[in-house]
Structure formats: C-alpha cells, structure tokens
Design a protein around this ligand. Structure first.
Ligand code: ADP
Ligand code: ZN
Length: 748
C-alpha cells in the first residue's frame, strides 16, 4: 500500500476511520484520520469531527480499516478527534452495534441515541463538571432554623434541594469564594455531603435494612451467588412483596464487590418513592438520570457513572446506554412497563437491550414486576430466565378483596355507580382514603350537537376532539391539536352542545360536588404538567390531606399510599373491546397494579371494578389475585394465534400527506418480501397487509401498515436485511415517511 505524499503522518497514513454520523442512512462513512493522529490512537468509540455535506458533524469512530478496495476511493480527512479515550467499553460498543443490526436502524441514529446531549453537541471540550452535593437529613431538618440565623446556608440548601443536588452556577456567581467557604463549613457540619465522593465503606448502609422474608432471602441468595457472570432473573413478586428490598440487598453485594449497579425505572416522577428508598439506603452514591433534569445535571450523572464516581445509576429508558466504569448488575424495575419501549425514531426496548448488555458485559440482569410481561414469562418457562417468586406481601398487609360491579342497567352519575359513591363515602367517613381510577383524561371524550347529531372532530386526524372544560378547549389526544370549545355547533350553528362520556376532569367535578372540593385531588397529565405539580399532588395524597384521589394510569404506577383502603376502577371495558395485540395483557397488568394500591398497610383493602362484561374470564382470575392464571390464558391465546412470544413480529409503518401513497409503497415492500422469500427459500415468513392503520389519518398524514410475522426470528431478520437494503434505493421511499418497528409494542 503506497503512502500518500500529502499525508505527512506515516503511522496512520494507510488507514481510514469508519464513522457513524447522525443521519438516516444505514452505513458508516470513511474518513482519513485527522492530521497528527497516530494509528495507535485511533480506536473505536472516539468522537471525531468530520466534514459532512456543506458543514461538519460530530461522529463516532466505529471501525478502522486499511485503505483498499472496500474503502471509499477518495476519503476526506476528518477535522479533529474529540476524545482521548473511547466513550464506551468494547462490550457496550458491541451492544450499540447489535442494536443497530437487530432493530435494522441507521447506525448513526443509534449512536446518537446512545450519546447524552453534552457529547452530541459541537463543543470540543467536555463541559466543566458542575459541583454537586447531597443534602443530608440533618441539612433538611436545619433549613428552617437556618433561614434566620444563617441565611446564606439556608439559601444554598434550598438551591441544592430544588436542583437535585447540583449547585446551579448562579448560586456561586455573586460571591463565589464566600459561597465555597460556606459550602465547606456546611459539609463539615454534616448538612451536605459531596455527591459521588462518599467514602463510606462498601456495604455500609445508612438506613437499617429489615430482616428478609424467606422468599426474599432465597431471591437475594440466587442472584448474588453468581454476581460475576451473565444470568437473567425474573423477579416475579406481587405488589408489596418486597421486590425493592431485594434490589437493595443485591446492590449491597454488588457494591461490596466494588462494582456499579444500573437501575432502570419507568418514570422518575412516578417512582420517586422507590428512588428515595435507594437514596435513603445508599446516600450520595446514587446518581439520577432522567429527562426532568437539566443538561448540566444529566451530564454530571453520566460522567459520574462513566468514571465510576457514582456507584448506582437510576434512570429511565435511555439510561440503558450510560457507560459504567465497573459494571456489576442491571435491574429493570416494572419490566412490563410500556415506557421501556421507545415509540418513535429508534424504536428499541430498553429491557431487551438490558438483557443483551448484561450478556455482553458478563453481569446479571434482574427483571422485576408484579405483572411480568408475557415475553419474560415465556422466557422463564423455556428456562432462559431464572424465575424468583415472592408469593405474598410482607408484614401485616394482605391482598385486597375484589368485587365486580355489573353496571348494566344501573344508573350512573358521570360514569360512577351509586354503589361506588356509597363505598367512597364510607371510606372517607372512616378517615381513610379512596382512589378512583379512570384511564381517560379531560372532561368528556366527545362533544355532540344535540340538534344535528354531529361530533367535533380533529381537523387533522380521524378522531374526536376531547373536551377540556376547565381550559375551555377541545384537544386532540392523537396529534395535540387544540381549539376553543365552540359556542355553537360547527356544523349547524345550534347552541345545544353536549359533552358525552367522561374523563377524569368530569369525575373529579362530581366527587368535588359530593364530597367537598378540598379533599379531592386529580392526578393526570393535565394537572401535573407544571413543574412540581406532581410532587405537590403526591404529597397531598401521602399526608392524608386528600381523601379522594382520582386519576389515570399515573396513579397505578409504583406508589405506596398507606391510607388508601378503597380502589374503584370506573371503566375497564374499553380495552376489552380493543383489537390491539397487547390490549388484554395491558389491562390485566393495569388492573393488578391498581388493585395493588389498596390496603398496603394494616387497613384491609377493597377494590371495586365497574364493568358491563362481568363474565369475562379476566375478572374471575383477578378476583383470585391470580396473575399467573391470567398469563396462562393469555399465553394460550397468543400461541393459538401464532402471536408473540410464539412468533416474532416486525411492523412496517408508512405515512404520507397523499392518500394511497403509503399503501403503494407498502405493496412494493410486500412484493419484495415475497420475492426474497422465494429466493432465500425462507418460507417461514408471513406478510399481512398493507392494511390501513387503526387511525388512518393522523396529524394530516395518511397511515398504513404492513406486518411481517415468523416463528423463526432469524429467518425474519435475514429477510429484513435483504428487503431494507432494497427499500433504501427506491425513490418512493423518500416520498413517504416509513419506519420499521421490531417487536412492536402495539400494532398502530
Ligand atoms: P414491592 O417493591 O414488591 O412493591 P417493597 O419492596 O416496596 O415491595 O415492600 C413493600 C413494603 O414492605 C415497603 O414498605 C418495605 O419497606 C417493606 N418491606 C420490604 N421487605 C421487608 C421485610 N423483609 N421486612 C419488613 N418490611 C419489609
Ligand atoms: Zn388530531
């Protein structure tokens, strides 16, 4: 290989770097190393600035290759390397590459998804690591007292508390040196502790742990027996059975081995209690990663994890990409939760990536849930996952009594039966709390004209507008479009407009009228949009200030409300009529989880479920608290229909502003699949569609879908490789928006 005369650096002269760039193309781009880079310094995982199109971009080197026939004939030269050491271990890098291949997604977009914002931006220097401290319990207790005696200390404590422990820059600006001196004094006085710098011996905990129940001890023992090797554990434990305590003990052992733990949770706001338990047990060694944090805080947590300064990282879906200096275990709490599946762009399942990551990093992974997904249960039955069972609640708490209320031919007020209203009244009179669950926000899902019978529709979707009375607006829950509630019918001009059906806002109105407004707290996306509003609502629930909680599925997740003894589910039926693949599974999980909110302390709990389908098998199993039985029935249904987990699915979505275009595109995809099937002789893949999407028009786009199904996952993926490669060359692939969803969570 000849050395290029224009390249004075002998060492790297004969090589190109293959770089992932954040563009929707399924390929890498070849570049010559920047001037001055040595071949030894060119390793996968380095960020590099490269000329691209008319500007430049930040990419990540994934491979290096000797210049030859396979490389670009005239590669451009990269501008500069941005890192001295690779961002990822070889294991994590291999997971990223696996994910791009498995999800058939453009590698540059996958790499971008794995990078936090501060590493994606075009700054060459990493941002300065901000200072971070954790406020100790003593600090929290002292804040009021300090306000008068030492206002500067009180102000710094308040600033730390509202910024999750990261010192905002402006807190130091006024008089940085004095503030630093104050911080030092506060640290000495035990009011704050430097985050990540916790020097407590591993295994030394702050809050005395309870002694474990038999099943808990057995679970901890199984997991810790093989801490340094790959294994998947399905921790299947009813709500309140002490799963979190199992995580805490296992992490104790992981920390004692000087390793780190990565904990994935569905949504930090909703799992604040769980997070606080981790913090109470492990203090400053915990770093949080979620979208509610500012960039500075997120980058701090990321860097702490990467250099090993934080021992425990707790985060939502995208935290699965956070590098760990000393990986020890991955825990996925509420592994069945939908939020682990990214629903747009790079549609990965963080749970499934977690399993692959654990395998590549040779560490255990624990999937925990009271309602494990059918996929995970199937894997446990097949012996791929070890099932650890916690069959009963710990302590005095017993599972609630469950009653099905047949509401056919019963008068309802705003969707609530008199039976339920009476039960709420009795509960409140006993000084206990009631939780009312309705999976629909807004006032009413339909606004009907009583004169002409027309219904207010979204102008961009085939969907009804939801009426939000308090805001005075109609809202589309599919595309977010809004308009004021009209004074008269938009079709005939009559003024007789009726809100039909009910959402949480309407039920809250009924409950407030009946029980006094001060005692009712509504918790849904609308009431918790403002920063801090969710915390305030949860606080009212916990303190007992609110007697009645009404809300959507936000209420079903992970909360432990000790005062709640009654749970009422208003409309469970909608999902039983749904055609979606996972509708029944989701409903079963939701009902078991909501029911789990009742009677979690000494007070016995009751769950009332209103339905017009009282004979449905789901309710009988629910009454027995037998999620395992529900799962068996659902798995049988899936098996007879050849649906996941008994087959693998891939969904091709397409949408365009002209009707018919998505179908034409997908027909060509379907034809190509059939052709490739014959060519590659893989008969095992079936094609369904193109079919119109359940919501044909959404946000002004016409949508259709094509389903590919196979009992042989590998055959499906081989076929997709060949088909996707062809699609990318089609001109019409640029006229529709198309995407591929592997293991889709829902079929629309
Ligand atoms: P899960 O995560 O399964 O819902 P938790 O871990 O939150 O259950 O436990 C429920 C409650 O029981 C918590 O208040 C927890 O502190 C308590 N708890 C857990 N394990 C024990 C134990 N072994 N002894 C006493 N209390 C426990
Ligand atoms: Zn809409």
């Amino acid at each position: 290989m000849s050395r290029r005369p224009s390249d004075p650096e002998g060492a790297s002269a004969g090589h190109v770097m293959r770089v992932a760039v954040d563009v929707p193309l399924r390929r890498l781009f070849d570049y010559l190393p920047p001037h001055g880079a040595s071949a030894a310094g060119l390793c996968p995982g380095l960020r590099v600035r490269v000329p691209f199109g008319r500007g430049d971009r930040i990419g990540v080197v994934l491979q290096t290759a000797a210049i030859g026939e396979e490389t670009h004939p005239a590669p451009k030269r990269a501008c500069s390397l941005l890192d001295e050491a690779p961002l990822w271990s070889a294991a994590l890098l291999s997971v990223i590459e696996w994910a791009a291949a498995y999800y058939h997604h453009p590698i540059g977009e996958v790499v971008a998804a794995a990078l936090p914002a501060h590493l994606r931006r075009a700054v060459e220097r990493r941002p300065e690591t901000p200072e971070a401290y954790n406020v100790t319990d003593a600090g929290r207790a002292a804040i009021d007292r300090l306000r008068r005696r030492a206002p500067r200390q009180a102000a710094l404590l308040a600033a730390l508390l509202t910024h999750d422990g990261v010192l905002p820059q402006d807190a130091l600006l006024a008089d940085g040196r004095a503030a630093r001196a104050t911080l030092k004094r506060m640290a000495k006085g035990g009011l704050i502790a430097p985050a990540g710098g916790d020097t407590a011996a591993p295994g030394c905990t702050r809050e005395a742990p309870p002694s474990l129940s038999g099943p808990q001890a057995a679970a901890v023992e199984s997991i810790t027996r093989q801490l340094l090797e790959f294994g998947v554990f399905l921790l299947d434990g009813v709500t309140g059975s002490g799963k979190t305590e199992v995580y805490l003990r296992v992490i104790d052992a992981v920390l004692a081995a000087r390793r780190q733990a990565l904990v994935l949770v569905p949504e930090i706001g909703l799992t604040a209690q769980t997070v606080r338990r981790f913090q109470a047990r492990f203090g400053a060694r915990v770093a949080l990663m979620h979208s509610g944090l500012g960039d500075a805080q997120r980058s701090l947590a990321y860097e702490q994890a990467r250099i090993g300064a934080a021992d425990i990282v707790i985060g939502t879906r995208s935290s699965i990409w956070v590098p760990l200096a000393r990986p020890g275990i991955i825990i996925v709490d509420e592994e069945h939760d939908q939020s682990f599946k990214q629903q747009e762009g790079f549609r990965y399942s963080a749970r499934d990536v977690a399993v692959m990551r654990a395998r590549r990093e040779s560490i255990p992974v624990v999937l925990g849930s009271a309602t494990p997904s059918l996929e995970s249960q199937h894997n446990a039955r097949a012996g791929r996952y070890a099932r650890l069972h916690l069959p009963a609640r710990v302590g005095p708490a017993s599972l609630p009594a469950l009653q099905i209320i047949d509401v056919r031919a019963r008068p309802l007020q705003s969707g609530v039966s008199e039976f339920v209203l009476t039960a709420i009244s009795e509960t409140v009179n006993r000084g206990e709390q009631a939780l009312v669950f309705l999976n629909r926000r807004g006032y009413a899902p339909t606004l009907l004209c009583n004169a002409c019978g027309s219904v207010s529709m979204c102008r961009r979707c085939d969907a009804r507008m939801t009426c939000h009375l308090r805001d005075g607006r109609l809202q589309c829950h599919h595309c977010g479009a809004q308009r004021p509630i009209p004074a008269a019918c938009e079709q005939c001009g009559a003024a007789e407009l009726l809100p039909l059906g009910q959402g949480t806002e309407r039920v809250a109105e009924l409950l407030e009228a009946r029980f006094g407004g001060a005692r009712v707290v509504r918790i849904d996306r609308d009431t918790t949009r403002r920063r801090g509003a969710l915390d305030a609502a949860l606080e009212a629930a916990h303190s007992g200030h609110a007697s009645i909680l009404i809300g959507t599925q936000m209420l079903a997740k992970g909360h432990h409300f000790p005062g709640v003894s009654l749970v009422a589910v208003l409309n469970a039926d909608a999902q039983l009529y749904s055609v979606d693949l996972r509708a029944t599974e989701r409903l079963a999980q939701l009902l078991v989880q909501v029911a789990g909110r009742a009677g979690r302390s000494e007070k016995p709990g009751t769950v009332l479920i209103q339905t017009r389908l009282p004979e449905h098998w789901l309710f009988e199993a629910l009454r027995q608290h037998d999620y395992a039985q529900m799962s068996r029935t659902m798995l049988e249904e899936r098996e007879s229909a050849d649906l996941p987990p008994f087959s693998a699915l891939a969904l091709v979505r397409a949408e365009a502003t002209t009707a018919g275009a998505p179908e034409r595109f997908q027909q060509r995809v379907a034809d190509t699949v059939v052709m490739e099937k014959d060519r590659a002789r893989c008969k095992e893949v079936e094609v369904f569609g193109p079919l119109p999407a359940p919501l044909v028009r959404r946000a002004g786009h016409f949508r259709s879908q094509l389903v590919l199904q196979s009992r042989h996952r590998q055959a499906l993926h081989r076929l997709l490789d060949a088909v996707v490669e062809q699609i990318e060359t089609w001109p019409e692939a640029r006229r529709v928006r198309w995407s591929l969803d592997i293991d889709p969570a829902e079929l629309y």
